[in-house]
Unconditional design. Structure first.
Length: 397
């Protein structure tokens, strides 16, 4: 008999976990890229992207309340579509995507770290990787509490950047009436801004460790999405107010430019915040991927070894250790940037399948503690496939 995961998580920790995943290190680059494409309309692009994510977020909310299992997407596909092979495939896509994302973020975080701490790159990767894996193993409350602290550091840093942006002298283009919207640029900005909100799906993998999942899961998912949307919109608004769009679009450190414009001082502290964001992202992905393996082991005999939780820690130790080890090796050895883009596109297909699973569940079990109209999963499928096709087309042109 497998030891079960411990139900210890409330809405606050779970929401902070979701915000930490979605904000992550991406905001430090995406803000400039969106501004370069959409100019003064960049905040609108982020809000539109958040709205694109809403139907799928509602589907995940209902499914996580109906089927509070660690496997998340895989369990939904197994139950809603009755296709075991597809459920396992979806699970592995999530594990691979999370592992590659963690490796990419770990590389980026260490890059920031060695800019102000004299330590060899490889040592930093291995040391941080082992430390984060250990935290993931020790306990879920400890893991999410540490992640929440990192999220608080991230959000505080972003609030300081917002304050600096509104403290700066506005650029010439920042004036009423706003320039006519450039729809090609706004559309392009929306396409990659959608990826800024991928992460709400990881929250569902914590369902077996959440108190009252029927109420807590939907609240945490939707709150995290709303908070992240507001943060991205405010940061991008502060950025386009303080720095010309051409400069933002060409920079790999757009938020540092905003700080310099508003405060006329060295933004070295942003490097430390970027490290915190990276650590948060790596920890969140290790926690998520190990829970997916735990859930897959429930229904898949050849993965049964992962369906065990430590009797004291209440965490899936084998899955956590394995994922942590692969993240370290990948961060040291692999060209993860290209792989990360491919797996992100694969997640859009996964989202489409999960939306279809909710439609299947609703046909057999119409009543639920948390329920949304069947219109939402259908809309989620259309939007996910639309963004997938548009992203492929953009890369081919």
């Amino acid at each position: 008999m497998a030891e079960q995961l411990k139900r210890e998580i409330g809405t606050g920790l779970l929401t902070a976990y979701g915000v930490g995943i979605m904000v992550g290190a991406g905001i430090y680059v995406l803000t400039g890229a969106a501004a370069g494409q959409a100019g003064m309309w960049a905040p609108v692009a982020f809000l539109i992207a958040a709205l694109v994510a809403v139907p799928t977020a509602l589907s995940f909310s209902e499914l996580s309340a109906r089927i509070p299992e660690a496997a998340g997407d895989s369990a939904y596909v197994e139950i809603g579509l009755n296709q075991h092979w597809l459920a396992v495939l979806v699970g592995f896509i999530n594990v691979v995507a999370g592992t590659i994302a963690a490796a990419a973020v770990l590389r980026g975080g260490v890059g920031y770290l060695i800019s102000f701490v004299d330590i060899p790159f490889a040592w930093a990767v291995v040391g941080l990787g082992i430390a984060l894996t250990a935290i993931a193993i020790i306990g879920v409350v400890e893991s999410l509490a540490f992640a929440s602290l990192l999220t608080l550091i991230e959000v505080t840093g972003l609030m300081l950047v917002i304050w600096a942006g509104f403290n700066a002298a506005p650029v010439e283009a920042y004036a009423l009436p706003l320039p006519a919207p450039e729809w090609n640029g706004i559309t392009t900005a929306v396409l990659f801004a959608v990826f800024a909100f991928i992460g709400f799906d990881d929250v569902v993998n914590m369902a077996e460790e959440t108190r009252q999942p029927g109420r807590t899961m939907p609240r945490a998912i939707l709150l995290a999405l709303a908070i992240t949307a507001v943060l991205y919109a405010l940061v991008s608004l502060a950025a386009v107010r303080a720095v010309p769009r051409e400069v933002l679009g060409a920079s790999e450190r757009p938020l540092a430019l905003v700080w310099e414009a508003g405060m006329h001082s060295n933004p070295a502290f942003l490097a430390a915040i970027a490290v915190a964001a990276a650590l948060n992202g790596v920890l969140a992905q290790i926690v998520m991927a190990s829970r997916v393996l735990f859930g897959l082991g429930r229904r898949t005999p050849w993965l049964e070894m992962f369906y065990h939780a430590h009797p004291r820690f209440g965490t899936p130790v084998l899955g956590s250790a394995m994922i942590g080890g692969v993240v370290i090796v990948a961060a040291l050895a692999l060209p993860v940037a290209t792989l990360a883009e491919v797996t992100t596109l694969a997640l859009l297909i996964v989202f489409s399948i999960v939306n279809a699973a909710l439609i299947g569940v609703k046909r057999t079990q119409p009543e639920a503690e948390f329920s949304v109209s069947v219109i939402w999963p259908w809309l989620g499928i259309l939007l996910c496939l639309g963004v997938f096709v548009a992203s492929i087309a953009r890369n081919l042109i």
